[in-house]
Design a binder for this molecule. Structure first.
Ligand SMILES: Cc1ncc(C[n+]2csc(CCOP(=O)(O)OP(=O)(O)O)c2C)c(N)n1
Ligand SMILES: [Mg+2]
Length: 738
């Protein structure tokens, strides 16, 4: 970017002192800056025109934020990583995105490199420029940027982990990293009100991560002024206590001043001292977006004061004053920009839209299908051992908890990209206690990760703050870079702070970027009740809220062997997976199994027929499986009713073929699940059976589930609320007799 010679045609008088630089910026860089800033403003103006002509469908501008974007881009390197927000048009242009590409997103073209027509304009994603796909929710990018920085640091410490490997997600995940890279993340002043912003500052500070936060403070969040958002009206004052940060508060309408600030900030990050926080005061000369009219809440006086600080004319005056450009030179640049933009707009308006039949592309990985035979392997059980006394003992049965732990261990050994974090998952954060053998270590509140930190080190297994969005957001950023985080949410009941990341980010990254980015990772979650005393906040289910999210695989094993096989598939596959582990099943006698070896996998979307039958079909999963089995066996014993019991194992995708084949045979279907009845997982299955198998049914499709309440503490109430074996028995009997 940095050329020193100024084109003579742009400045005939050539009054600039050639060698002079401005905070390190050469005359030519300042001319480049002007060209980019002017282009940025004119792309906005062009989009506004096109929107008014109804040729594009949305517009949000970067006006007033041009100087800060150019300054940041000039101070950073192409190999750094970028999580910009919608006002960062000038940043993206300065990094190498083109106006034509931006206009392609405006018209929603198939060739729009950011999203293939799936996202609004100014939702940047340029794979070649390390500009990671951005979305609309304010602030969701910030924790991901922290995770991105963590991934860079991890790969620098474990360079071999970046190597490609055949046969799993790594085959399709290129890893690039630089030892001294910086992750830039920007946001508006209003967005600092989001909790995730504070979670990100906390972790970046605590881990001394090379994250450059840029708050672009235009004093408004749509119509809400900064003093309403931020106590005291100045975010710099509030964040100043975070350790390890370098802080800058600058006039973000002056590219020279802003550049100097970014340079100092970048030096701090690159030297490994920690994150930086650049608070840039900017203006918003246009309304929030074309859907907003700022005259409703801002008087003319305020808008005129902003206009006096407009970065584009300001830089123009600076260039003239310094003799870097003359008026003719300015005119040449502006004319070139306008002509090119006209051509770009004409060209973009002719671009082809995406075809409707492509809507399902990239909901999931197009490369690796976790339902395929590649993920179906047989258990390899160790041969019986012969003891000294000649007695032969078979491989011992293991609990679900044991086999999950073993699977994690196997996969961490096999794949150095696998890292584990979450609440209490480490053996001991104060690792000197472990080293001195003063403590044994915890390894999870249910001990599922016990021993992993001790075996694989504290940079591969570590505790997170109690902040679920932090866990999922960071993991998403890491997975985008190619790591395979296997994170834990301690209780399903506490997953909700992560819901924004889980609904609006993680599962959509591939789809919204038209396959340019992806974040395959695993979220293990302890779920479910039947705990006797678990009460409301340690017993909930709620899986249907997640099976309703396209792009997210949802798995729910009922026994040790399936848990091992499905977890391995989850780790090796190329999609994000919510792996639900029923707490009651962790150490249950039911469903124990010998260690199936380090390559045992169960494909997703394949049900297990727990017992075949002819009279009715029961479709269930999780902790209801053993309860339904008990009921079915009793029904067989007492009433000679033969029940076919199907354990779905995987809820998204689910095994419709197994259900259909069974219902066609038995002509009766009962869906049993632990979650509350209404709008639950069984509703979808029941609707599909009614829709697709109507002519095969001899009885109405039935459901057994929890009451439409929460799960109570007192065991008498818990028993009444959750579906019991006796409830299942009664429902099966009624259905058989219908
Ligand atoms: C989580 C969330 N809540 C609300 C919105 C709607 N919204 C979009 S932009 C915006 C204001 C953001 O203000 P600020 O962070 O100051 O950025 P600016 O637009 O001023 O640059 C709001 C409320 C959103 N996109 N996401
Ligand atoms: Mg703002």
């Amino acid at each position: 970017m940095a050329t020193t010679k100024v084109d003579p045609k742009l400045n005939e008088n050539n009054t600039a002192k050639k060698a002079k630089t401005y905070q390190g910026l050469t005359s030519q860089q300042l001319i480049d800056a002007y060209r980019i800033m002017f282009t940025s403003r004119r792309v906005d103006d062009r989009e506004i025109l096109l929107k008014r002509q109804q040729k594009i469908f949305f517009q949000i501008s970067g006006a007033g934020h041009e100087a800060i974007g150019v300054a940041a881009a000039f101070a950073l390197k192409a190999s750094d990583w970028f999580y910009p927000y919608y006002r960062d048009r000038a940043l993206c242009l300065a990094l190498g995105a083109t106006p034509y590409e931006m206009l392609l997103q405006g018209v929603g073209a198939a060739d729009d490199p950011s999203s293939g027509g799936r996202q609004m304009p100014s939702h940047w994603a340029y794979q070649r420029l390390n500009i990671v796909t951005q979305s609309s929710p304010t602030g969701t990018q910030i924790l991901q940027a922290v995770g991105c920085a963590e991934a860079g640091r991890y790969f620098a410490a474990h360079p071999k982990a970046s190597q490609k490997a055949e046969g799993d997600y790594r085959q399709f995940k290129d890893v690039q990293f630089q030892g001294d890279e910086i992750t830039y993340v920007s946001l508006g002043d209003g967005t600092t009100s989001e909790g995730e912003f504070w979670e990100a500052l906390n972790t970046a500070s605590n881990r001394r991560l090379p994250v450059m936060f840029c708050v672009q403070d235009n004093e408004y969040a749509i119509s809400v002024p900064v003093e309403v958002q931020t106590s005291g009206g100045n975010i710099s004052r509030l964040v100043s206590g975070f350790p390890n940060f370098h802080f800058e508060e600058v006039d973000g309408t002056d590219p020279v001043v802003a550049y100097a600030a970014f340079k100092r900030a970048a030096d701090h990050c690159r030297a490994g001292h920690g994150p930086a926080f650049v608070h840039a005061h900017v203006i918003r000369p246009y309304s929030h977006s074309l859907s907003d009219d700022e005259r409703l809440y801002r008087p003319d006086s305020e808008r005129q004061a902003d206009a006096a600080r407009d970065p584009v004319p300001r830089l123009q005056m600076f260039l003239l004053r310094e003799g870097i450009l003359d008026e003719k030179g300015i005119n040449i640049i502006e004319k070139e920009v306008e002509e090119q933009l006209q051509a770009d707009a004409d060209h973009a308006l002719e671009a082809l839209p995406p075809q409707p039949e492509t809507i399902y592309d990239y909901v999931y990985s197009p490369n690796l299908d976790p339902t395929s035979a590649q993920f179906a392997t047989q258990p390899v059980i160790a041969a019986p051992e012969t003891a000294a006394d000649g007695k032969r003992s078979a491989a011992p049965n293991k609990t679900m908890a044991d086999l999950i732990n073993t699977t994690l261990r196997d996969e961490m050994r096999r794949d150095e990209r696998v890292i584990i974090f979450g609440e209490d998952v480490a053996d001991c954060s104060r690792e000197e206690y472990l080293k001195q053998k003063l403590v044994k270590g915890k390894g999870g509140v249910f001990k599922l990760t016990a021993g992993l930190q001790s075996q694989f080190g504290s940079d591969r297994v570590f505790n997170s703050p109690i902040a679920e969005a932090n866990i999922v957001g960071r993991a998403t950023g890491m997975a985008t870079r190619g790591l395979k985080p296997v994170v834990e949410i301690q209780f399903f009941d506490y997953i909700w702070p992560a819901m924004m990341q889980l609904r609006d980010e993680l599962p959509i990254i591939r789809w919204r970027s038209n396959n340019a980015f992806s974040a395959p990772l695993v979220i293990r979650v302890a779920i479910g009740g039947y705990l006797t005393g678990g009460a409301i906040y340690h017993s909930q289910c709620g899986e249907s809220m997640f099976t309703h999210i396209p792009g997210l695989r949802v798995v729910f094993p009922s026994n040790a062997l399936d848990a091992a096989g499905l977890l391995r598939t989850a780790i090796r596959c190329d999609d994000p997976v919510l792996f639900l582990e029923h707490k009651r099943l962790y150490r249950e006698t039911y469903g124990r199994a010998p260690y199936p070896g380090p390559n045992y996998m169960v494909p997703f979307g394949k049900a297990n027929v727990v017992q075949p039958g002819t009279d009715l079909t029961v479709i269930t999963y999780g902790a209801v499986v053993p309860r339904a089995l008990q009921a079915a066996q009793k029904l067989e014993r007492e009433h000679q009713v033969s029940v076919e019991l199907i354990d779905l194992r995987c809820l998204n995708p689910f095994d419709w073929e197994a259900i259909a084949a069974s219902v066609k045979k038995t002509n009766r279907a009962l869906i049993a699940y632990e979650d509350s009845l209404s709008w639950g997982y069984g509703a979808e299955i029941a609707a599909r059976i009614a829709d697709k198998l109507f002519h095969h049914l001899d009885a109405p499709v039935k459901r057994v589930a929890a009451t439409d309440t929460f799960v109570a503490y007192q065991p008498l109430l818990e028993n009444a609320i959750l579906p019991q074996s006796s409830d299942l028995f009664r429902a099966m009997k009624e259905l058989a007799e219908f």
